[in-house]
Design a protein around this ligand. Sequence first.
Ligand SMILES: Nc1ncnc2c1ncn2[C@@H]1O[C@H](COP(=O)(O)OP(=O)(O)OP(=O)(O)O)[C@@H](O)[C@H]1O
Length: 244
Amino acid sequence: MSMSGMTSPAIEFDDVRFRYDRGAPEMAFDAMIPAGSITAVMGPSGSGKSTLFALLAGFEQPQRGEIRIGTIDITRLAPAERPISVVFQDNNLFAHLDVAANIALGQGAREAKTTAGKEQVSDALARVGLGGFERRRPASLSGGERQRVAMARALVRAKPVLLLDEPFAALGPGLREDMRALIANLHVQNALTTLIITHQPEDSRAICDRILYVEQGSIRANEPTESMFRRADLAGWRDYLGTN
Ligand SMILES: Nc1ncnc2c1ncn2[C@@H]1O[C@H](COP(=O)(O)OP(=O)(O)OP(=O)(O)O)[C@@H](O)[C@H]1O
């Protein structure tokens, strides 16, 4: 299975405004995320990182503004219609389904029944380093293996935008490095535009070419990783990194 032939799209938040409830603070997102980039979304707890993902994936609707992927305005599209795969932190595997069936949820119902569909599942498993795990149940897997199954499910969806919500959070140092390498590989092999929520500067430095810094419901910076780590003018960013 390959997503080659697909070109990775840019992502644009054009004057997007959002609030959860009347009276809640309004968030304002404006950003151009270049095609093919792998971007770390960083910022303090409660700053709006998950909200940014929810708007992009279509789980929340902005009150104003437009979100584009490539040339497509996705603002009003249902989540399933968007060219996006999301891997959540708690990876949402179904305990009563085996690994293959969990991954097949990323496919169409018809596709999942075909030989080609089954091969696609096995291929995705092999690509995340879990070849032969088809019949295992989620309960029998380690945290890192479960994350990989969730990644495989995102892979069979074959969408050009990949959103990863704290993919390293539950992993120890060794597994963390493995997961970084896996993400970096999949990003390149599949020509993805990838966004990763992480609090760890090492993750961003290791595999992300850009950083999107969110603070109090708005994007305060959106630039290459190297220059971002040199910025001394953003007090919130220095506080966040603990380098003040
Ligand atoms: N469903 C919701 N309804 C109302 N308010 C919400 C909802 N989800 C999040 N919020 C609020 O919106 C703000 C941003 O939350 P969000 O989850 O986007 O932050 P975050 O940057 O992802 O935080 P963390 O790093 O802790 O996951 C917070 O003040 C949060 O309480």
